[in-house]
Design a protein around this ligand. Structure first.
Ligand code: ADP
Ligand code: MG
Length: 638
């Protein structure tokens, strides 16, 4: 009972409509039929007038309101004395809003779950070893924090405690808790396990990945535009058809009641409610899979993708290259070359740079500080080390400074990082990156999902690029590209929409230029996740296929819901035109139609039949697939 009262209070128009119904009914029973007619009719006309005002505002804003049918239905039923049917139509209009709220709430459940978790306070570890609670927004990088059992990690941080078990499921969709050791990076938004943890913040809340995700989720929740467009394509013909059929029924029967009877079953609430519900449900389902889709329009484009373009380093490959060989120039020794390269590369976030630094550390070589470090995106880094000008990077970049680079033979799949010192060529480091085990399956499954053309866009040299492309089954390779060249290639692709998958390191421009930009991994650069339309929260390339599948299913379900609503409605209209459907019965049946197609639209939140989670079918689903990925990396340099 209390729940009913709460509902009525939240939706006053529903309450008012019911009240008018009770008053009218009482008058009718008391034998005052005329008064009942007046009360109910006046109320219905009032509701219609209010709707008409909203409709005019819609028209002025350039969107077609399809509530014109509802307004005409109320007007005509009142005019022919079917005022009870008019009241039912009013109830449907008022209830539609309540129904939409409820269905949308269910559809966006997963999205809301992410928002609800956002922590408000953090426990700052003070000098005396105690803690003090501060607002999350006040945390700065470098501060030590305590995360209590079951709490959400408030900002990106490194683990100071020996070990931690955290649940990253709301970020990555990975259901199993993840183990981390001291020094590991913890993602903000993951939920701590049973032990209290000490961590050191590596970013303020506003710069933490979780904040980016929350921003994306908020954008996803608020996006509405494409819903309207989809329904509008059907709305105009539907409205005109309904009015024409109603007029025809009137003309043929000579009875204006027929006109009202047809329009009562023509109110196309499904078009207004079912599509947004389907889109929200689709975005919610994607979020559950660790894929944040920025808006409904993206989902629609995902469903139609024709071309898929991939970045190489960090996207098709793991992006954790290791040093395979050192090729010093004459008069230079291996350790010296590596030390100088690492000294410069420590200032770069590029995967190759990190690999060079890691290799120097692994060999216990010193990594001296450098001055005036300057990175040229997708080319290399320059800096001064102990008074010497050191340049590290791709062949073209280093050749510009050193007048040329040595033509050392590399094994297929290896990438060369060249080094010049004081304007003279000093040698090259060969780095080998492993192709992701599921890269080939991802490309194949995207083809199966309707992608016609695949491209690789890379800043790396052509031989390396061709080798990786052959290993994963990509036909068209463009190598040696700068970020602006990647943009130009994507713009020129004729088969659209174009999907671009990048790992986030210097890929922000091309992700923005593509019709659907997918940024891989919540650890990628924040600039990339801002310019992308989709962010995959896990370092899992195959989720691109899931994103496309969710898009396709959402569109299918949305169109089905529209089909069911319009189909049933047209069937009822024909019955009404033939005189088999009294207005009051029709008005009631229309409510059933609305409910049916909203329930259908909610199906977009669930996986379709035959949809599998992992690449290449059920045999490699779930945790088993992960083991396969970890246990059998596919070396490029083989
Ligand atoms: P991709 O498009 O495959 O992700 P990038 O555009 O990030 O590659 O880099 C392209 C090329 O630029 C690399 O293959 C490398 O030769 C060079 N390069 C860029 N930054 C660096 C760096 N910090 N250290 C060494 N080489 C670099
Ligand atoms: Mg890259």
């Amino acid at each position: 009972m209390a729940a009913v009262v709460r509902l009525l209070r939240r939706y006053p128009l529903v309450a008012l409509t019911l009240l008018v119904g009770v008053v009218g009914g009482t008058l009718e029973l008391a034998g005052a039929g005329g008064a009942a007619r007046w009360v109910v009719s006046l109320f219905a006309v009032g509701v219609a007038a209010q709707q008409a005002r909203g409709m005019l505002a819609d028209l002025r804003a350039g969107t077609y309101g399809i509530d014109i049918l509802a307004v005409t239905a109320i007007g005509s039923t009142v005019a022919v004395g079917e005022y009870w049917a008019a009241l039912v139509v009013c109830l449907m209009l008022a209830g539609g809003e309540a129904l939409e709220d409820h269905a949308a709430g269910r559809a966006r459940r997963e999205l809301t779950a992410l928002l609800a978790r956002a922590p408000q306070t953090a426990h700052l570890v003070t000098g005396d070893g105690g803690t003090r609670d501060v607002p999350v927004a006040a945390v700065v990088a470098g501060q030590e924090l305590l995360v209590k059992p079951g709490e959400v990690v408030p900002v990106d941080a490194v683990l100071l405690s020996a070990a931690a078990t955290v649940d990253e499921s709301s970020l990555t969709g990975e259901p199993l808790p993840v183990e981390h050791r001291r020094g590991a990076a913890l993602l903000s938004g993951s939920v701590n396990g049973p032990d209290a943890l000490h961590v050191r913040a590596t970013a303020a809340a506003a710069d933490s990945q979780y904040q980016r995700i929350l921003d994306l989720v908020r954008a996803a929740e608020e996006s509405r535009a494409p819903f309207v467009r989809l329904a509008d394509r059907v709305a105009v013909p539907f409205t005109l058809g309904a009015l024409a059929l109603a007029a025809l029924a009137w003309a043929a029967s000579g009875d204006p009641v027929r006109f009202a009877e047809v329009l009562v079953v023509a109110t196309p609430c499904p078009l207004l409610i079912a599509t947004p519900v389907a889109f929200l449900a689709g975005m919610s389902r994607a979020a559950k899979n660790g894929v944040i889709v920025k808006d409904g329009g993206t989902l629609e484009r995902l469903a139609r993708v024709r071309t898929a373009a991939f970045d190489k380093t960090g996207t098709l490959t793991h992006g954790h290259p290791r040093l395979a060989a050192v090729h010093p120039a004459d008069g230079v020794r291996d350790p010296e070359l590596l030390t100088l390269a690492a000294a410069v590369e420590q200032y770069s976030a590029h995967p190759l740079a990190q690999a060079v630094v890691a290799a120097a550390r692994a060999r216990h070589l010193p990594v001296p500080p450098a001055r005036d470090a300057e990175e040229v995106t997708a080319a290399g880094v320059r800096a001064t080390v102990g008074g010497r000008r050191v340049v590290v990077g791709g062949a073209g970049f280093v050749a510009d400074q050193a007048g040329g680079v040595a033509d050392v033979g590399v094994e297929p799949g290896q990438t060369l990082v060249h080094v010049a010192v004081d304007g003279r060529y000093a040698g090259a480091l060969a780095l080998a990156d492993e192709v992701r085990a599921d890269a080939a399956a991802t490309v194949a499954d995207l083809r199966r999902a309707g992608v016609r053309r695949t491209l690789m866009l890379t800043g790396d040299a052509a031989p390396t690029a061709r080798h990786v492309a052959a290993a994963v089954g990509i036909e068209d390779v463009r190598a040696g590209l700068l970020p602006q060249d990647k943009v130009a290639v994507v713009r020129a692709v004729p088969e659209r929409p174009v999907l671009m998958v990048g790992d986030g390191v210097n890929d922000a421009p091309v992700l923005a230029a593509a019709d659907v930009g997918i940024a891989m991994g919540a650890r990628g650069s924040t600039a990339a996740s801002e310019s992308a339309d989709v962010v995959i929260l896990r370092d899992d390339l195959h989720r691109t296929v899931r994103a496309v599948r969710v898009g396709r299913r959402t569109m299918r379900v949305a169109w089905q819901a529209i089909g069911i609503g319009v189909g049933l409605s047209v069937g009822l209209m024909v019955l009404a035109a033939a005189g088999f459907l009294p207005a009051i019965v029709g008005a009631g049946l229309q409510e059933v139609v609305d409910l049916a197609c909203i329930l259908w639209a909610l199906r977009a939140a669930r996986p379709g039949r035959g949809e599998t989670a992992g690449p290449a079918g059920p045999a490699v689903q779930g945790p088993g697939r992960r083991e396969r990925v970890d246990a059998e990396p596919l070396p490029v340099a083989s």
